[in-house]
Design a protein around this ligand. Sequence first.
Ligand code: DGJ
Length: 720
Amino acid sequence: MCSILSCSFLQAKDYLINTPHTSLLISATPGEKARFQYYGSRISESEISGVYDSGLTFNAESYPVFGLNSPGEKAMAVTHADGNMSLDLMVKEVKQYESVDGNVTEVWMQDKVYPFELKQVFKAYKGTDIISTWVEVSNQAKKPITLYRFASAFIPIQRGDNWMTHFHGAWAAEHTMDEEKLTNGQKVISNKDGLVNTETDNPSFMVTLDGKPQEEAGHVLGGTLAWSGTYLIKMDVRNTQFNISAGMNEENSYYTLEPEETFITPEFAMTYSTSGKGGVSRAFHRWARQYKLHGGNEPHDILLNSWEGVYFKVNQEKMDQMMEDFAALGGELFVMDDGWFGNKYPRNNGSSSLGDWEVCKEKLPGGIEGLIASAKEHRIKFGIWIEPEMSNTKSELYEKHPDWVLQVEGRPLSTGRGGTQIVLDLTNPEVQDFVFGVVDKLMTRYPDIAYMKWDDNCALLDYGSTYLPKDKQSHLYIDYQKGLIKTLKRIRAKYPKLVMQACAGGGGRVNYGLLPYFNEFWTSDDTDALQRVYMQWGVSSFYPAVAMGSHVSADKNHQTGRRLPLKFRFDVAMSGRLGMEMQPKDMTETDKEFAKRAISAYKGIRPVVQFGDLYRLVSPYDNKGVASLMYVTPEKDEAVFYAYKMSHFMNMIISVVRMNGLDADKMYRLTDLTPEEEGKPCKFHGKVISGRILMEEGLSLKDVLKKEYSSVALRIEEVK
Ligand code: DGJ
């Protein structure tokens, strides 16, 4: 018998892994194959026989390997030193124990013939509905072995009317939600960039068991691969069978494992919801805040980022001015973006200076210390932008260390942004020291820096390392990420309080591989509030609002050219981690007044938005002309509701919007958070309505969302 922590009544072979609302059942008997039996709603030990009896068990190998009886997808393929390409893994033993953050089940497997050991791990994170899984392979032979396929997870799914939701994108259009019915064949989401892995698809998906995806109904499995490098997620649908495999993308990455060496795949984290996609998202958000985001339970400041305000034209006067203006609006943190560094080659555009992380004396004669003094004077915090994994061919760093750059011997360098951007070789420990040093030197010299935006505007271009041995060049995609993580761990060990944002040309690194070292991410370089409603909807499927950088930008928008009311722009940005990304001095007095009121209102609702449970109410993807969402505290005593008019026609039907997550028996007072004019709130302001009416019948917004791009943001508080 073995449940996760007690061991008394079950048959010897069943291992039940429980979270508060889900269960995973693995059967494992020494000398036999480990089998994946069930993943679904929580069952008790006494119900195990019930899942067998009801035909719900898969009896599928929990980690199928290549070589014997081989048709079909496999999770792992290797070549042993003698050329044999087969594995035959049998259970050796199963260990279960409690770790600081979860209840762990380890299924140890051993090849029948070769000294090859594999440990398949399942971790149920305490207090969440997330179970993660990965494998650890160790080579106990005397010679190296080569790994050709090494998935983190292999999950069988009940075949039915299965639909998949995933988040596709491109630069400035990240996390666009796509939903499709899965038919026979393979549907693959993958990345081959190596560095920016969420600008194409995000390594996250949801799969339904019973029809079209719905927000608050239906049985859904949600999964994400916690990895920032190339990845491969395959939906393998074959008539009556359906398996999902997820892991690093092995293409061009076969991995040689030396004797005694261990290879650990990234975590694949999953949840199972019987309350639709909303249930999946809320489970991931809680897990992210509790375990996966650095400082995930700490509130985030309202910031102004200098990028769209001045781009590369950073100077002392402009920075001082921006800080003064933002402080007057009630802002809390100023972030100086790109353009502040380089002396031999001052950074005036994207074509030079990365790597020369010295303040440009000409632009900023008072130095960073001057800027920090100015921030202090205005009682706000100061932050700075870096892109430490990169260089340009026009830089002092490259002149000094041409061998530190990824390159293919005997071939010219490929270059990225500005025609000169190149990537440092993070497999090299010297380069890791340098990258650590970028942060360390800044923090040592200027300990008052409160925030760093860590950018990456380049893909892994040239597949070659002067550091990796010739026969291990194929390790580059993987070892780059390992080098990056090692460096970030060092930074975090020394600077745990520093707030860091993960950015990659916008939302290119929104993944749980890197987020454990960052507090938040930049969602997209597209700050157009209308398009952001779609993108943030997609992001919110797996990533919580506290981490989602969401900035109010100029009218007209620099990416799409769209003009939107300031209220709409604020109402959208206030549904994430609010910030601004514009030149405040160009705002009219009326706009400044509005911004001041909105910022002050956000301070009041910050804990609800940043730590509340998300309910997505009306999807922008349903083309109903309206999009709506809300956050609710776990105690259900407070909520924030948003609705946006997405299109505008005469005699347009605006359906009633029904809220969710409140307590039907409580009475709630509604407050307009962002009236367009002071003292002229919308008609719901001050009304007291029961949770039952708000949820069962809803709010009729037809008089409120009247104009093009109108919007509403309401605070909802329990009246005791
Ligand atoms: C790309 C980022 O996404 C922008 O916000 C900005 O930081 C630029 N890089 C700076 O080069």
